[in-house]
Design a protein around this ligand. Structure first.
Ligand code: AMP
Length: 224
């Protein structure tokens, strides 16, 4: 099964993606994670991407598009994938659709998690990242996934790790606003990419406002 998942930063897209990956045993390809791994390892790709990411801008298409299209050609993608964070603009959507057609790959589902901009922003600022596994959801503003607080310290609610941190670009309001400007842009931004697929495939829309379990129940029911 090949799936695209869309949602503004802060909509719980990564959390839902991890649950879908577990349920359907598909490969979860997250562009943001690939970039951050490369930044940590100080690779060429990481060095090129860092400045854009810190400012909340998109890494240029010349870098991002081949990176993802090459990734999709690897043999581990044959048993299905969930692409998260790509496409992020109309040009990437067109490049992806074109590459899938050429590779004879089918897109089975396109998911859109819908969340108003102000709620998404608050959620981003509350997000805490577990160093053990970045798919362990923790957020100080969402009751269902609040980290465990003990003696003034916060611990990961999934594995108990005390290595809970924040992403630099999650605490910078200007960077958040820039990322949301890109997402909510219906002309050439991410919503334009969503609309591109809306007109070509059966889009599954999910309200991102309820808790993690409610959103995932609604999504998983429509995916199977
Ligand atoms: P994310 O973890 O999805 O929020 O991505 C973090 C950052 O990585 C974004 O703010 C962009 O700077 C960069 N990025 C992720 N996906 C893409 C993409 N498809 N195109 C360009 N830049 C991206």
């Amino acid at each position: 099964m090949n799936i695209l998942i869309f949602g503004p930063n802060g909509s719980g897209k990564g959390t839902q993606g991890a649950l879908i990956k577990k349920r359907f045993s598909v490969l979860h390809i997250e562009t943001g994670v690939i970039f951050r791994e490369n930044i940590n390892k100080k690779t060429d790709l990481g060095n090129k991407a860092k400045g854009f990411i810190d400012r909340g801008e998109l890494v240029p298409d010349e870098i991002t598009v081949p990176m993802i299209l090459n990734r999709l050609q690897k043999s581990d993608c044959k048993s299905g994938w969930l692409l998260d964070g790509f496409p992020r603009n109309l040009a990437q959507a067109e490049a992806l659709a074109d590459a899938l057609t050429k590779a004879g790959m089918k897109l089975d589902h396109v998911i859109e998690i819908i969340l108003p901009r102000e709620i998404a922003k608050k959620r981003i600022m509350g997000r805490r990242i577990c160093a053990v596994d970045n798919n362990h959801p923790n957020n100080i503003f969402i009751d269902a996934i609040k980290p465990v607080a003990k003696e003034g310290k916060l611990y990961c609610r999934v594995c108990g790790s005390e290595q809970l941190g924040v992403r630099a670009d999650d605490q910078d309001e200007t960077a958040i606003d820039k990322r949301h400007d890109i997402y909510y842009d219906t002309k050439t931004g991410t919503l334009a990419a969503v609309n591109y697929f809306r007109n070509r495939t059966n889009l599954i829309e999910a309200d991102g406002a309820p808790g993690v379990e409610e959103v995932s129940a609604s999504l998983l029911a429509r995916l199977s």
